[in-house]
Design a protein around this ligand. Structure first.
Ligand code: UGA
Length: 435
């Protein structure tokens, strides 16, 4: 089928590439000339495992353009995968979605289905359809379908190629049938429903996962107070298949471009209906508090951070991505910097983004060894494999004072017992070093 995709961020580009892999002919549109040029050369503008390989493999079925008319006019299906950033009040900014819809309405010349992949508040698909009907130039049939995305960064290609489910929200047989043809070759359970329910599936799923994380982080906080071990607790919970053993990893809170935004957006939406979602509100508050745990734990060792050399391992919101949006490091490091700490940081791929924010305030190191050199405190924000593989001796050898605050529980506390290292993690006992 002839498919166009508006927006080449994580959602748009990965969708386009995976649709091409299943034999569709895909044209990706973006307003960013530089990005389009990069993709034309077969290079992915984002880091995502397996994406570049698939882009190269499906080169013949993929085109990239900034000319939306060229992309939309004869497409059978047009996916909208543009961003829906958070507004100041927590609601979703739909300006890019509406802009794409208008361009589609002005340019399509054949019957087609406009598919909303971007995460949009419930009711947006209905409004988009009205907007398109009002603006459309050609006398053709244009249907709007909701098809939320469930991919996670770092595993985006796998999550799309082997989707847990494909949710299609459509109001008419034409759209439903076209969508089922799009996904014919995808081996995944398919749920066909109305558009509002499809939109709600997305928010309800993400907010439930965010809630699960905030819940387990609160249990971890309590474990610290009462002397229990969060990992044993979650292992015990996970045997119950009603709870499941996934997404129960305690840490310094969720970040990224989805959970923080989608929890706030649903809370805001409920408010606009004069209903308060107390559980979602709690998930948001717990998370904001949790992110600051690193600073709070560090204060136990240093009242203020002036002149303290701090080694920072990991900057991104999770491993496998260079994305820094809502990363806990971005909440904590400004406090250390403001108080005059000397920060040495390492991240395998998140450094470039950080350099744009802090070009000279942070010393970026090429290796973990170099980062730890002379440090009086080590903060771990991301559980990159290289960080998990560090042997305790390295901290002792390189650091001036081996105090580690591990926000991602990268090591079992036992390995530090009886040694010189002071090791704090989340929801587990603190090991005091015998320095
Ligand atoms: C998330 C969802 O997992 C996807 O299903 C969804 O499609 C996506 O949002 C989206 O809406 O686009 P993503 O934000 O890429 O994906 O990342 P996750 O792997 O879900 O991690 C989010 C945050 O939660 C990270 O900061 C991670 O460290 C944290 N997390 C995750 C925990 O603290 N504990 C866990 O057990 C799991």
């Amino acid at each position: 089928m002839k498919i166009a995709v508006a927006g080449t961020g994580y959602v748009g580009l990965v969708t386009g590439v995976c649709l091409a892999e299943h034999g569709h002919s895909v044209c990706c549109v973006d307003i960013d000339e530089k990005k389009i040029e990069t993709m034309r050369q077969g290079i992915s503008p984002i880091y995502e495992e397996g994406l570049s390989e698939l882009m190269v493999k499906n080169r013949e079925r993929m085109t990239f353009t900034t000319d939306h008319e060229e992309a939309y006019q004869d497409a059978e299906v047009i996916f909208i995968g543009v961003g829906t950033p958070e507004k100041r009040d927590g609601s979703a900014n739909l300006a890019y979605v509406y802009e794409a819809a208008k361009q589609i309405a002005h340019t399509v010349k054949r019957d087609c289905v406009v598919v909303v992949k971007s995460t949009v508040p419930i009711g947006t698909n209905d409004r988009l359809e009205k907007l398109i009907r009002r603006e459309q130039k050609a006398q053709v049939k244009i249907a709007v379908a909701s098809n939320p995305e469930f991919l996670a960064q770092g595993t985006a290609v796998r999550d799309t190629m082997h989707a847990s489910r494909i949710v299609i929200g459509a109001e008419e047989a034409f759209a439903r049938n076209v969508m089922l043809r799009v996904y014919e070759k995808f081996d995944a359970p398919k749920l066909v429903t109305d558009r509002k329910s499809a939109e709600m599936v997305k928010y309800a799923s993400n907010d439930f996962l965010a809630l699960k994380i905030s819940y387990i982080n609160e249990i971890a906080n309590l474990c610290e107070l009462v002397g229990a071990n969060i990992e044993d607790v979650t292992a015990g919970m996970g045997f119950d298949s009603r709870i499941g053993n996934k997404f129960l990893k305690a840490g310094i809170g969720y970040g990224g471009s989805c959970f923080p935004k989608d929890t706030k957006a649903l809370h805001w939406l409920a408010n606009s209906y004069d209903y308060e979602m107390k559980t979602v509100k709690a998930a948001i508050e717990v998370n904001e508090n949790q992110k600051l745990k690193m600073v709070r734990k560090a204060r136990k060792y240093y009242e203020d951070f002036a002149g303290i050399t701090v080694a920072v391992l990991g900057l991104t919101f999770k491993p496998g991505t260079d994305d820094l949006r809502e990363a806990p490091s971005l909440v904590n490091l400004p406090i250390f910097l403001e108080e005059g700490a000397i920060i040495r940081a390492w991240d395998p791929i998140g450094e470039a983004g950080y350099r744009r924010l802090y070009p000279s305030e942070i010393c970026y190191c090429e290796t973990i060894e170099e980062t730890l050199k002379g440090a009086e405190l080590c903060l771990i924000f991301t559980e990159w494999r290289e960080i998990q593989e560090i042997q305790p001796e390295l901290f002792v050898k390189q650091m001036k004072k081996p105090i580690i605050i591990d926000g991602r529980n990268c090591y079992p506390p036992e390995v530090f017992k009886g040694g010189q290292i002071t090791y704090e993690s989340i929801g587990r006992e603190t090991v005091c070093g015998e320095a």
